[in-house]
Every structure is written in structure tokens, then in C-alpha cells.
Design a binder for this molecule. Structure first.
Ligand SMILES: [Zn+2]
Ligand SMILES: [Zn+2]
Length: 892
């Protein structure tokens, strides 16, 4: 790599070549030897949709910064990448692409189509991740649909089954009629919408006035098993123990009193249906009520729904309301807001059906999960509360069976005769009971078995990720378990975080990670969640093409864990500009440091450092301290803003400008000063590149190849994190330097407002102050102020400038002189032009007029131009630096 021919502009298209160099040279590889401490990141396995979105960018950038930072700090970092393959979206995509229904082809063939699609999608996403510069160790990739992974998922099932933590039971479950599968509570999302509250008359058994109930779900009338009122509701005192008739269906149901009824809602009387919602389930259990299954798996009304049999739920609802209206049962309708549970994948309203399913006994593990979560460090802390609130609200076990195809099979067979559950031997895993036959004999003597056709919830795959990346269940896995850190989005706390803690605790007794860093979501530049329908989606490729991955990374890193982040083009552009500014500074510096060697001479050089060298080095160490501690605490925005501020303003705008005069000189007297400047420039550039390395990995390597002198080092990412040197923190030097920068800035502003080129010479500047301490400080800075601002003569003096205002030009006001003095006017003009202006001014000041012949001239007849002159009589400009007690007297 050549030190010459550095391109004029930074070319972000070179990012790709660095990605190739890193991959080819295994820069990010986890070694796993005993020479360095480990740092394990439990990374999320994304769903292979085929494209990375901005949310992924934010999520993975945090991990990548953490990984790169810890590598440079000396850790052997394990940054693996997994893929959570199974699930409904892939099945749906396969059905769409091949124009089939999953039942049109054999199960195996359908699975294969899903696998092929997933493999293609993984390939695309992997390449996108590499384009963003993410530094995963790809030799540690895991894919949940492989035999190797499914074996582990099934093994974890068998272990928990043996521990009594997994059981099969008939329970009400959340059901998505569109996906035609049970789903877990954690997968139910709630959304607000408006519906009608219908008031229906339920006649009493004797045909007299019964009770009026209010319901939002009249379509469930056929599954009504009781009416419930509050025990203290006086309106219903006399109804205790009586029965009422369900309209349309004529069935008699009991009136029950229960405290859970809200007397304020509707009429205070509610119908219990099996099942309208979660409360219905607890009432049915509490009062041992019948269960009427009026809805089937597809959301169609069953035989139990009588005249509505075969209708979809929504149609049944419309018809029921029509019938109730026609029969005079519907008394009134009023609009209400309701909170509807819906499937998190397809947003279809869920139903509660009674099904035989497999469950994980969550309730038994709640204390363990809470204990483990309490001992972890959560960033931000309030995300822990989210998890704890969720565990506190848990009253149903985790339903883990799904009625789908593309997932890990449940490793269970049933005896065809007595129904007993039989499990495979662990050495036969993975198995697919839907395809494989069970070899063995039941205790009842039967040798025929039926394989389970249900499959596992995909969270059963992904919730063992910290174990899988550690090599579980094989020997030695506990060297890499638990993980140091789990990084994930806040949208999957009640699923992925909760399930992982639960399962790893149940399987090993150990909490799966020590720290959890939670990222927010990304919004579009219109402040709304990015979505195709809003048209506010911006893809990472859109940005990388024009601005490069590092500019995108600068945008994403300027954020705080837990907070949602808007995507802003202006932030990307600011990052892009920053990198170019830094590149230009580096090109300049490179000319001056390319032949410079620090080795062996740094101690001597340190003794010759000039005030502004000490100033920038002290500031550099401050920034190092702040960036290091911010990254340690995952405060990415703090780290990136401090480093940018330092490079852009302190280093590029101030320091580099102030050392140019020292670099360009050939004077032997200034040789030490020149070396000190070169040393400082080199130190600052090497350190800042390292501090930026986790954030803009491509850019820093592109620069580093030109400044690096060690040919064995291929990439800055293989070097160590810069040491914070408290010795170089120098409060006094910072103070002096700040004063210098302040004064130089003021003179620079003077040049620009007077339209002088920045490199123009200034004849002389006198700096006045009435403060002794400041006087001493400025004395130290004389060379730098002179050199930087090209001032021929600079004096520092105690006191105030001795200046006066003099009139340098007097011009006749012809518009007045002409009409008033007519013929005499030329005489007056001649006098005014031939007399020294200050003399005219003094006379006018003393007498108020001048007589020229018979003409009386007053200040009204002339205009004057004044100038400020110093004690030498030369024209000067006065600049007051208010907050510094300094006055500048500038002689141009
Ligand atoms: Zn669904
Ligand atoms: Zn049997």
C-alpha cells in the first residue's frame, strides 16, 4: 500500500475492498484459545425475509460496535450469526410463489420448497450484512432449520419433558383463524378499534322481563353458557339463582354473581361465551361451566351455531344483528372503543379455542426468571421492568405446539392402542414423527404408533441460542456459556428475552447472559413507523450507494439504547461530510508526517511541545476517556458526538490551522517546533482513528493504511484500543490553549468580516488586558497567534489601548451649499478640500461654524469620515473580546 498518490477525495466505494480484506484474513475470527479472555455476544437470529431493513441496521450496529470495541480492548470476541428460519411467512411465500396450498403437495416436498426459499434469502441478507461492515465470525453461523440445530431443539424438548416442564393438555388457547394455528400469549398484539356495544334482552324462564345484557360479540350467542352480574349490583338482587333464555337459541342459562364483573360497563350484566375472551376462560373454570365450540380452526361457525353454521365469523355477526333487530331483541347499539387481540404475524383478530396442545409449564419457572432478570444489567434499566411486568401478568402456560409444517417437529409418538406418549432416544435425533416410524413396543403390548404432526413454536428454536453458540450439549460448552451480552429489540422482550431466560434456566440452572442491551425501533423521516403503505421506507442500499455504509453507521450510532430513532437524511449527509472533512485534513497532515518517525525520540519531543500541542494532546486524552467510558456504558451517541466534535472543530479547524506556520518553515531555529507539531499530528490522527474504528470501520482502515508503519498489521482493527494517559491531561495547558484558540478565532473573524484572505498578512496586533494572569497566558501564545494569523508584529500589553478618533476626510454637501451660497460655492469647496480635515473638525467643534468670506459654514454643510488611530498615529481597528477581558488593536 503506497503512501503516495492519496486520492483527493475519500471514495466510499472502497468499503467493499476492506470487507473482502477482513473476510480473507479472518480479522473477526473467534480464536477460542486461552491466551485472551472471551467476550460472547448472543446475537439475534433474524427471520430470513431476504432483506435487511433500517431496524436491523440499528440493531446490528450496536452489536458490531460492541464487538469491534472489545476486540481492540483485547478480548477474544465471539460474534456469531444465526438465522431463525421456521415460521408461517415462509410457508405463505412458498404458497404464493408456487401457486399452491400447503396441502396440495406432500409434506416433505413443501418443506423442501421452504428450505430452498430460506437458503436464498439468507444468502442475500448475509451479503447485505457484509456491505454494512458488520464483523460477525461467519464460521460460527447457525441455521435453525438444519438437522444439527433441530437436534438441539428436540433434545431441549426431551430434557424439559423429563423434568416435567413440558406437558400435553386440553386448554383454551389463542388461535389465529388465518394462520390456522395456536399461538402463544406473547404473540398476541392488542390494537384499539371502534365497535358497537349491543343491548340484548334475555327473557326470564316465566316469560316475564328477564335481564338486559350488553355485548360486543353477539355472534357468540350460540356459545353463551351463563350470564354474570356483580354480587352487589342492586339492579339484579332478585335474580340470584334464576335462569334466563339465550335469544335466538332458546337455551336456558344460569345467572351467576361474580366480583369480576364491572357494574359500570353496559348494563352490568354480561354473557359468558366459550370463549369470548380471557375472562370467559376463568369464569368457565371457576363455575365449571359447559364448553360450546361454536367456531372452528378456520374461523367458521360450527354446527353448534345452528342457523349460522358454515358462515365465517364476520358474516355470522352481521346476520345475528339483523335477526336480533328483526325479532325486537336488540334494544339499542352504542359505539365503544375496544382492545382487540390479534395475531402478531398477520394481524387477524385471534379467537380462543379449546384444543389439545403442548405446553411449557411457565408458571413454575416465574420466580427463577424474575431472579435471573434481576441479576442482569439491563440497558436501559426500564426494559427490565417491561420483562418483570410481563412475567407478573402470566396466568397461562406457554403453548408451544403449532399446526403448521415448516418448523421443528415435536419429537413424540402415541401408542395407537392406549394413547401413551413415547419419546425417541436422544441418539436418534433429529426425528420427524410425521415421517419416521417409532421402533419399540408399548407397555400395553402394541407395536403400532402414530407420529405427532404438530410442530414447535419457532421461539422454541431461538430461545436456546446462547446454548447453541456455546456448543451445547457437548463438553466444554460451559466455557462459552453464559454469554456476556444479549442485544435485541424491545419488541421481543416478552418473547425472545423471556423465553431464553426461562429455557436456559430450566435446562442448565444458569441465567443465559449477564447484560441485556435493548435497541429501539427506526421510524421514517415523517415520524411514522416505516411501512410500504406509507411510502416512507428507505432501504440501507439506498443510503450505501450514495453515501457509503460508514455514513449510515454514523447516523445509527448517534442514538441511545431503548429509544426509537427517526431516520434522517440530514444526519447521513452530516456523517458523509464529516468523513470528507477528516479525509482532507489527513491528506494535508500526511504530506508533513509521511517521513516522520516517532520511535525512540518521543520523550525528547514531549519536552519541546508548544502550548497548543499540549492543549490538543490534553483534549485528546479527555476525548479518549469519554469515548471509552461511553462505549463501556453503551452510550453510543455520547461517544460519536464527542469524537466528531473533537476531530472536526478542535483538531481540523483549530489545531491544524495553528501549526501550519511551524510545518512550512525551513528555519533551523524552528526545527524542534516542527518536530513537535509532526509528533502531535501523528499522535492525534492515530488515536482518533482508533477511537472511530468501531463506528466507521472502513474509513479508518482506508486512512490507516497510509499512516501505519508496521507492515505486519493489515488492519487497524487488529490493533489495541488507545490507552488513556492521565499524565497528558493538563488543565493548565488546556486553559492556555483555549485562550489562544479564542484570540485566534477573533482575529480570524476580523479577517473574514474585513474581506481579507485568511492568509493575508497583518501588519501589527496589540493585545491589551487588565488581568495579570491572562497577560502571562497570552505571552506564552505569542508565537502561535503570530504564526497562525500571519501577524508581522505582536505585542501584549497590560491596560487599555490608547486610541483616538480623528476626522480623515471632509466632503462638501453640494445639495445644501449650492442653493444657499450660489456663486460663492466654488470658493467654499476649494477651502474644504485644501484645509486639513482634522483642522476643520476642530474649528467646527470649538465654535460650531467656520467663516469663509461672508459665508457661515456649519456641520450641516459637510459630511466627515472618521478613523481610529493608535498612539503611533496609524489607523487601527479595535476588537473587544467581551468574555475574555481582552482588547485587540489591529493595524492593517
Ligand atoms: Zn395469523
Ligand atoms: Zn399402548
Amino acid at each position: 500500500m503506497s503512501k503516495d498518490n492519496i486520492p483527493k477525495d475519500y471514495d466510499h466505494k472502497k468499503e467493499t475492498s476492506w470487507q473482502e480484506i477482513w473476510q480473507k484474513n479472518d480479522i473477526h475470527k473467534f480464536i477460542g484459545d486461552e491466551n485472551r479472555p472471551n467476550y460472547i455476544i448472543d446475537t439475534p437470529p433474524p427471520y430470513p425475509t431476504g432483506s435487511i431493513h433500517m431496524g436491523h441496521v440499528l440493531n446490528w450496529l450496536y452489536m458490531d460496535i460492541i464487538a469491534r470495541f472489545n476486540r481492540m480492548k483485547g478480548f477474544d470476541v465471539l460474534f456469531p450469526q444465526g438465522w431463525d428460519c421456521h415460521g408461517l411467512p415462509t410457508e405463505v411465500k412458498v404458497e404464493e410463489t408456487h401457486h399452491i396450498k400447503k396441502s396440495d403437495v406432500p409434506r416433505e416436498e413443501f418443506r423442501k420448497m421452504c428450505i430452498d426459499l430460506t437458503r436464498d434469502n439468507i444468502k442475500m441478507m448475509k451479503s447485505q450484512m457484509q456491505q454494512l461492515g458488520f464483523s460477525q465470525d461467519w464460521s460460527r453461523e447457525y441455521v435453525t432449520m438444519t438437522d444439527e440445530y433441530m437436534q438441539k431443539t428436540q433434545l431441549s424438548f426431551l430434557k424439559l419433558y423429563d423434568q416435567g416442564m413440558i406437558y400435553q393438555g386440553i386448554h383454551p388457547v389463542n388461535w389465529c383463524p388465518r394462520c390456522e394455528t395456536a399461538i402463544a400469549f406473547a404473540e398476541v398484539e392488542y390494537s384499539e378499534n371502534e365497535t358497537y356495544l349491543n343491548y340484548l334482552e334475555f327473557p326470564a324462564e316465566d316469560g316475564k322481563k328477564g335481564v338486559m345484557i350488553a355485548t360486543t360479540r353477539p355472534e357468540l350467542l350460540s356459545a353463551c353458557v351463563a350470564v354474570v352480574v356483580h354480587p352487589e349490583d342492586e339492579r339484579y338482587h332478585d335474580l340470584a339463582g334464576k335462569e334466563v333464555e339465550v335469544p335466538i337459541f332458546g337455551r336456558k342459562v344460569k345467572i351467576i354473581k361474580d366480583k369480576e364483573v364491572d357494574p359500570e360497563f353496559g348494563t352490568g350484566a354480561v354473557m359468558i361465551c366459550t370463549f369470548g375472551d380471557k375472562t370467559d376462560v376463568s369464569w368457565v373454570n371457576r363455575y365449571n361451566l359447559d364448553i360450546i365450540e361454536a367456531i372452528d380452526e378456520k374461523g367458521t361457525m360450527t354446527k353448534a351455531a345452528g342457523r349460522y353454521e358454515g358462515l365465517p365469523l364476520s358474516v355470522c355477526k352481521e346476520r345475528t344483528i339483523e335477526d336480533l333487530e328483526n325479532e325486537g331483541i336488540l334494544i339499542k347499539k352504542e359505539k365503544v372503543d375496544q382492545n382487540v387481540g390479534q395475531c402478531w404475524r398477520c394481524k387477524t383478530p385471534i379467537e380462543i379455542l379449546v384444543k389439545k396442545q403442548w405446553f411449557v409449564a411457565v408458571k413454575e419457572m416465574i420466580d427463577d426468571v424474575v431472579g435471573a432478570a434481576e441479576n442482569m444489567n439491563w440497558v436501559p434499566e426500564h426494559m427490565k421492568t417491561r420483562l418483570l411486568n410481563w412475567t407478573g401478568s402470566m396466568d397461562w402456560d406457554w403453548c408451544i405446539s403449532r399446526q403448521r409444517i415448516f418448523a421443528t417437529p415435536i419429537p413424540v409418538w402415541y401408542c395407537s392402542k392406549c394413547g401413551k406418549v413415547h419419546l425417541p432416544s436422544t441418539k436418534d435425533l433429529p426425528v420427524d414423527p410425521a415421517r419416521d416410524t417409532f421402533k419399540g413396543e408399548c407397555e400395553c403390548g402394541n407395536k403400532e404408533f402414530m407420529g405427532e404432526v404438530d410442530v414447535l413454536d419457532t421461539w422454541m428454536d431461538s430461545s436456546i441460542s446462547p446454548l447453541v453458540i456455546a456448543g451445547w450439549p457437548y463438553n466444554g460448552y460451559n466455557n462459552l456459556f453464559p454469554s456476556n451480552i444479549r442485544q435485541q429489540g424491545h419488541d421481543i422482550i416478552r418473547t425472545w428475552a423471556f423465553y431464553t431466560i426461562l429455557r436456559c434456566k430450566a435446562l442448565t440452572g444458569i441465567a443465559p447472559f449477564n447484560e441485556v442491551v435493548v435497541n429501539g425501533m427506526v421510524f421514517g423521516d415523517d415520524g411514522h413507523k416505516m411501512s410500504k403503505s406509507r411510502g416512507n421506507v428507505i432501504t440501507p442500499e439506498d443510503v450505501i450507494e450514495d453515501y457509503g455504509a460508514d455514513a449510515l453507521r454514523l447516523w445509527a450510532s448517534n442514538s441511545v439504547p431503548g429509544s426509537d430513532v427517526p431516520f434522517e437524511w440530514k444526519d447521513v449527509k452530516y456523517g458523509y461530510k464529516f468523513l470528507r472533512k477528516f479525509w482532507n485534513a489527513f491528506r494535508f497532515i500526511n504530506i508533513h508526517i509521511s517521513e516522520f518517525q516517532v520511535e525512540g525520540s518521543s520523550d525528547t519531543i514531549i519536552k519541546t511541545l508548544k502550548p497548543l500541542d499540549k492543549w490538543i494532546l490534553s483534549k485528546l486524552n479527555h476525548v479518549n476517556e469519554i469515548v471509552t467510558s461511553s462505549l463501556d456504558l453503551y452510550q453510543f451517541a455520547d461517544a460519536v458526538s464527542h469524537i466528531q466534535q473533537f476531530i472536526w472543530h478542535d483538531f481540523c479547524d483549530e489545531y491544524i490551522e495553528s501549526v501550519k506556520y511551524r510545518l512550512y518553515t525551513d528555519s533551523p531555529d524552528m526545527l524542534n517546533s516542527k518536530i513537535a507539531a509532526q509528533y502531535t499530528l501523528k499522535t492525534v490522527i492515530l488515536t482518533t482513528l482508533k477511537l472511530l474504528a468501531p463506528i466507521t470501520p472502513h474509513f479508518v482502515d482506508e486512512v490507516y493504511q497510509h499512516v501505519n508503519t508496521d507492515e505486519d498489521i493489515l488492519s487497524i482493527h487488529s490493533t489495541s484500543w488507545p490507552k488513556f494517559d492521565p499524565e497528558l491531561i493538563n488543565k493548565e495547558a488546556e486553559d492556555v490553549g483555549n485562550t489562544g484558540v479564542h484570540i485566534i478565532g477573533e482575529i480570524r473573524r476580523f479577517k473574514s468580516t474585513s474581506k481579507m484572505p485568511l492568509n493575508a498578512n497583518i501588519k501589527a496586533v496589540n493585545i491589551y488586558t487588565t488581568n495579570n494572569e491572562l497577560y502571562e497566558k497570552i505571552q506564552i501564545l505569542v508565537d502561535d497567534i503570530k504564526g497562525t494569523m500571519r501577524i508581522s508584529q505582536l505585542n501584549v500589553e497590560m491596560g487599555n489601548p490608547d486610541v483616538q478618533e480623528i476626522v480623515v476626510e471632509v466632503s462638501p454637501q453640494m445639495a445644501k451649499i449650492g442653493p444657499e451660497f450660489k456663486k460663492e460655492a466654488p470658493k467654499i469647496v476649494q477651502y474644504l478640500q485644501s484645509t486639513p480635515p482634522q483642522e476643520i473638525a476642530t474649528q467646527l467643534e470649538q465654535k460650531g461654524f467656520i467663516n469663509i468670506g461672508d459665508c457661515k459654514i456649519t456641520p450641516n454643510h459637510i459630511t466627515t469620515k472618521k478613523e481610529v488611530v493608535g498612539k503611533t498615529g496609524e489607523k487601527v481597528e479595535i476588537q473587544q473580546i467581551e468574555d475574555l477581558n481582552v482588547v485587540l488593536e489591529i493595524v492593517v
